[in-house]
Design a protein around this ligand. Structure first.
Ligand SMILES: [Mn+2]
Length: 251
């Protein structure tokens, strides 16, 4: 079994560098044995995706085709929504056949217990963000996601996400050490909810890979960082062994 974990690409278009890297990566999975692959998209894959509109599906069409082909060939796709891709099940679940969740999920992959989540609930000090989350996740916003046209979301959302990203990246630079600490402190708390061997999150845009002692057990705590790096790397669990894999750049 091969499980791949990706997050925080923040794609604005399919044509930008990371869109091409992602497409090339998905096509490379297609050439292997897709039935052996479990692809985890752990949120903020897109800089903005609201609702189940075809608008966004068309905007990122080459990538959607690659995902559809993978699914058709037997791959399993799990999508945990981030804070930039919300209420997406209308497309990803209903039309693409992916599993879509908001909250943390648990899997056993080749005997390894894995907890995955976007990671936006790790930093409980980020009061402004938690407020935003409670609005975007509120029951009355969800139907709006479907009713209002995609173009409008694109317009409104781009402004909001620019603001959020500027704030987040400033915050990240100023607080990198404390973010790493938060990621590592989150593991034992999450473990108490339900035990795991590896916990994988994103959102913080800080790469971290650390063994942590929890109640006498060693668990591996991973944050996927982001794709805002010179070289993009993703995490892969292959036959129960976890490793980082650098992705080739666009052709
Ligand atoms: Mn996020």
């Amino acid at each position: 079994m091969e499980a791949w974990f990706l997050s925080d690409i923040h794609l604005k278009t399919a044509e930008e560098r990371n869109g091409k890297i992602l497409l090339r990566f998905l096509r490379s999975l297609q050439e292997q044995n897709p039935a052996n692959i479990h692809l985890f998209l752990l949120g903020d894959i897109f800089d903005l995706w609201v609702g189940g509109h075809d608008y966004f599906a068309k905007k990122f069409q080459p990538l959607m085709e690659a995902l559809r082909d993978l699914k058709k060939a037997g791959a399993r796709i799990t999508y945990i929504e981030g804070n930039h891709d919300v209420h997406i099940e209308g497309f990803f679940q209903k039309k693409l056949g992916a599993e879509v969740f908001v909250e943390a999920q648990h899997y056993v992959i080749d005997g390894v217990r894995v907890r995955v989540e976007h990671g936006d609930l790790i930093n409980l000090n980020d009061v402004k963000y938690l407020k935003y989350r409670s609005i975007i996740r509120s029951p009355w916003v969800k139907p709006l996601g479907a009713i209002l046209p995609g173009r409008l979301w694109d317009h409104v959302g781009n402004k909001a996400s620019k603001k959020s990203r500027a704030r987040t990246s400033h915050y990240r630079v100023a607080n990198e050490d404390s973010l790493v600490q938060m990621i590592r402190e989150h593991a034992p708390k999450a473990y108490l909810e339900k035990p795991f061997d590896i916990i994988i999150s994103g959102h913080m845009h800080v790469f971290d890979d650390q063994m942590i002692d929890v109640e006498g057990q060693k668990v591996r705590s991973i944050n996927l960082g982001s794709w805002f790096e010179e070289q993009v790397k993703v995490f892969c669990l292959r036959d129960g062994k976890g490793e980082w894999v650098y992705l080739p750049g666009p052709e």
